[in-house]
Ligand binder design. Sequence first.
Ligand SMILES: Nc1nc2c(ncn2[C@@H]2O[C@H](COP(=O)(O)OP(=O)(O)O[C@H]3O[C@H](CO)[C@@H](O)[C@H](O)[C@@H]3O)[C@@H](O)[C@H]2O)c(=O)[nH]1
Ligand SMILES: [Mg+2]
Length: 195
Amino acid sequence: MSETAERIRLISSQVLSDDWYLLKKTTFDFLRADGSWQRQQRETYDRGNGATLLLYQLASRRVVLVRQFRFPAYVNGHHGMLVETPAGLLDQASPEQRIRAEAEEETGYRVGEVRKVFEAFMSPGSVTEKLYFFVAEYDAGSKVGQGGGLEDEGEDIEVMELPFDEAMAMVWRGEICDGKTIMLLQYAALHIFAA
Ligand SMILES: Nc1nc2c(ncn2[C@@H]2O[C@H](COP(=O)(O)OP(=O)(O)O[C@H]3O[C@H](CO)[C@@H](O)[C@H](O)[C@@H]3O)[C@@H](O)[C@H]2O)c(=O)[nH]1
Ligand SMILES: [Mg+2]
C-alpha cells in the first residue's frame, strides 16, 4: 500500500460529465499532518494518460515540431495555433507503442529507437493524466509520409522541421508556450545539443 492509502477515506464519487472524457467530483476524508481528519471535495478530469516525443537530428541540429489549433488555449486568450512536440493519448496502448504510431501519424516520420526520458503529471491539481516523454533521432530516410494527423478526428496539423536554436529562441520569445514542448526542448539543450 502507498504511504497515503491510510490517510484517504473515500466517501462518495459523482460523475459530472461523461462525454468525450470523464469529469468526476469525489468526496473524501484526508488525514492532515496534525492528525485531524478533514472532509474535502475534488473534481478530477480523466482523459487517460498520454505520450509525447522530441524528434531530433544531431548532425544538422534540427528538430521536428507540429503546429495545430488548440481550442482550450484559444478560449484562454491565445490565438490558438500552438507549436508542440507530437503527442497523443494512449488509448490502452503502451506509451512506447503509442508514441511511435502518433509521431508517424502527426509528422510523417517513422522512428526507430525511442528513449523515455521522464514521466510527469502536467496539471496534478485537476487533471489525472500522466505524460510519458520520449526522444528519438531521425534522418532523411525516416520521412515516410506527409503527417498532418487524422482529418476525420478534426486534426489539421502542420509539420515544422527547424533548427534547434530557432526552437529555443521561440521559447524565449513566447512563441512556444506549451509545457511538454518546453520541457523536451530544455532536456535537449542539456543532454542532446549541449555544446
Ligand atoms: N469530438 C471531440 N474531439 C476531441 C475532444 N477533445 C479532444 N478531441 C480530439 O481527440 C483527438 C486526440 O488526439 P491525440 O493526438 O490523441 O491527443 P492530443 O490532443 O494531441 O493530446 C496530447 O497532447 C495533450 C496536450 O499537450 C496532452 O495532454 C495529451 O496527453 C496528449 O499527449 C484529437 O483529434 C482532438 O481534436 C472533444 O471534447 N470532442
Ligand atoms: Mg496529438
